[in-house]
Design a protein around this ligand. Sequence first.
Ligand code: ZN
Length: 324
Amino acid sequence: MALSNTQYDSLKKDYDSRRLRAFHVANTNKQELYKKDPNLQKIDQSIAALSVKHAEQLLNGDKNAVKTLIASLSSLNKEKEERIANLGFDEDYIEPSFSCPDCRDTGYINGERCHCFKQAALDIMYDQSNLRSVLTRENFKKFDYNLFSDDKSDAIDGMTPYMAMKQAVIKCRAFIDNFEDNHGNLFIFGPTGVGKTFLSNCVAKEMLDRGKSVVYFSAVKLFDVFRENSYNKDLDAQSAYQSIFNCDLLIIDDLGTEISNAYTISQLFMCINERLLRRRSTIISTNLSLTGLRDLYTERTFSRISKDYEFVKLFGADIRMKIS
Ligand SMILES: [Zn+2]
């Protein structure tokens, strides 16, 4: 699970405080009932003392004594139950109420992460991705090939938009399946409205559901985060900046829509290069053609991308009209 140390620590802290709260509430409720019926407290004291004896006699192997003790314990518990019921309460009232009874809010079962902990970790990663709401609409399950023309008259180099999308999905699936070993990168390019962002969102959802951390930024926002980091040292700015380099998958959407200048050129190169060095995957989607990319972002960035990224070319009519 790709949580950062800080995220893991803060999640553990949440669990600890949730657990403490559950015990605290149970104890307060218990004190309340003790006040109403002081015999309850005596019964609890006797149960505690007998339980210790029970453990001792189990160790001694005294079977008869164990039997008698169990009988006494069970009659005490019965009396306790009745007294609580007489006060008009349920027995659970004085038990800690955990949000996950399976792990009693420890987050672990037999040293393994509990299902609730895994889900909480996924939630953190979804939140961090900036994609939570969009991924319910844009994922492989919602994918509709019928949106892409298979008409020969729309073909380029013998390939229709439909065929191009089929091939793109195959490349994306391979990217997902080989993610652990290959640390691949995708460069998805083509005109507006041919499904580039949709496709990268499909990949994002698959990766998040596999427990990978994904961070999505439009190119405009990405450069904002870089700029902010250079003069704003508060924790949020720092953490957004760090996530760009640390996440398992970074998605830079709509490269080319930002105002490009010497600063963006150097920052994009630094970002791409740093992620390659760290063997972390990146998906770039853009309306730029390959020549457009070279013209805008210089030969240096272009050659990094052409060497280490798989090109995914899409084309055809704007499908956004068909979706809405
Ligand atoms: Zn649990």
